[in-house]
Design a protein around this ligand. Structure first.
Ligand code: PLP
Length: 421
């Protein structure tokens, strides 16, 4: 095998030192902070190697064997591998691996079934759903008659009776499950039955938990849904991008909606990288990773609770939790900044029925995919949770200094990449 000579880091540093410096700065940041943003993860060197290849040069509009460009014999191989692996991992009849992002996968998947003005029913952003599930700021709220469901105020769990009632009344053409900030299991069977009763297509946006599904640590929505969209860069630990899984009967509509409906040429370097990530997701190591991610989230939730914080819905069944900060008297905005100061990265997040504005928020969202990739287990997760609670309760310089030192020590042992400087 010949040397990948195009990966010329020294050349980049020489020809564009400003960009090279910023890239190294980011790698250094990833290596030296504790990453708890639930939608982020660290891709392996193999996934990164596939991304940085001349496959970025290739136009390949169409699908393997049916392209609008010549010279596609190698990219066809790559895309076929990605498709086959995705189908195998999730037991899907059909996989489209060309979506550039979760938002564009959702757009393509919706438009395979509904048209502007049709009614769609998804989880409200303020309750944990994603912008693309019908929020007015996104195409989904602007083009469709979007109605939403949420969680019940007392249990903070999805209220399936509410969904059933709304679906019966509004007769949506599309029922969307999935969220960006919902820590609990989904009753996919109940939602499938509701969709069936009202004649809706049932779509699960599995962007967040798809890696847990791959590793056997989460129910598989493919068994219930007409179509599943998913990002490849969150728990699945691949490159930034997405895919769509569906039943064979919807394959042609989905493929047509992705290209030429919503996208032009596929990013073949990214598809190669997705194929590598899918290969990694098929290993026993990945199963261990997925289960450990959930265990770590549960340990994090228990420890934060014992430190006096409130976990929305009382815990988590997946890789993330929402922490209600009101018991310690800080807002999400303040907490995010304070934690960043000591090297712990989280995002502020509205909690259900939040009295604060979204930009301030009463909560933070905490996820364990990235720290688990770095090798942290229960003991380190407990330590991280204690550090979070310590800084949230006491922002004295002395405390912040002590916590920063512990963060430094932890990240010297648990970091994603070799040291860059
Ligand atoms: N769907 C869900 C549930 C998400 O959480 C996200 C992103 O966070 C998306 C879709 C959009 O993905 P992307 O940022 O790749 O467009």
């Amino acid at each position: 095998m010949s040397d990948p000579r195009w990966l010329d880091w020294a050349g980049l540093e020489k020809s564009d030192p400003k960009v090279a410096e910023a890239i190294l700065g980011e790698v250094n940041r990833e290596n030296t902070k504790i990453e708890l943003i639930a939608s982020e993860n660290f891709s392996s060197p193999a996934v990164l190697a596939a991304l940085g290849t001349p496959l970025t040069n290739k136009y390949a509009e169409g699908y393997p064997g049916k392209r609008y460009y010549g010279g596609c014999e190698y990219v066809d191989v790559v895309e076929e591998i990605a498709i086959e692996r995705a189908k195998q991992i999730f037991g899907a009849e059909h996989a489209n691996v060309q979506s550039h992002s979760g938002a564009s996968a959702n757009a393509a998947a919706y438009f395979a079934f509904v048209k502007p003005g049709d009614t769609i029913l998804g989880m409200a952003l303020a309750m944990g759903g994603h912008l693309t599930h019908g929020h007015f700021a996104s195409f989904s709220g602007q083009l469709f008659n979007a109605i939403s469901y949420g969680v019940s105020e007392d249990t903070e769990l999805i209220d399936y009776d509410e969904i059933r009632d709304k679906a019966k009344k509004e007769r949506p053409k599309l029922l969307i499950a999935g969220a960006s900030a919902y820590p609990r299991k989904w009753d996919f069977a109940a939602l499938r039955d509701i969709a069936k009763d009202v004649g809706a297509i049932f779509l699960v946006d599995a962007a967040h938990f798809i890696g847990l599904v791959a590793g056997g640590a989460h129910d598989n929505p493919v068994e219930y849904a007409d179509v599943v969209t998913a990002t490849t860069h969150k728990t699945l630990r691949g490159p930034r991008g997405a895919m769509i899984l569906c039943k064979e009967e919807h394959a042609a509509a989905i493929d047509k909606s992705v290209f030429p409906g919503w996208q032009g040429g596929p990013m073949m370097h990214s598809i190669a990288s997705k194929a590598v990530a899918f290969g990694e997701a098929q290993t026993d190591d990945f199963k261990v990773y997925a289960h450990q991610t959930v265990t770590n989230a549960q340990v994090m939730a228990e420890t934060l609770t014992s430190e006096g914080l409130r976990i929305v819905s009382g815990g988590t069944d997946n890789h993330l939790m929402l922490v209600d900060l009101r018991p310690v008297g800080v807002t999400g905005k303040v907490a995010e900044a304070r934690l960043d100061d000591v090297g712990i990265t989280v995002n502020k997040n509205a909690i259900p029925y939040d009295p604060e504005k979204p930009f301030v928020a009463s909560g933070i969202r905490v996820g364990t995919p990235a720290i688990t990739t770095c090798g942290m287990k229960e003991e380190e997760t407990r330590q991280v949770a204690t550090l979070i609670a310590t800084v949230l309760k006491d922002d004295s310089d002395e405390t912040k200094k002590r916590v920063s030192a512990e963060v430094k020590e932890l990240t010297s042992r648990f970091r994603p990449y070799p040291e860059v400087r």
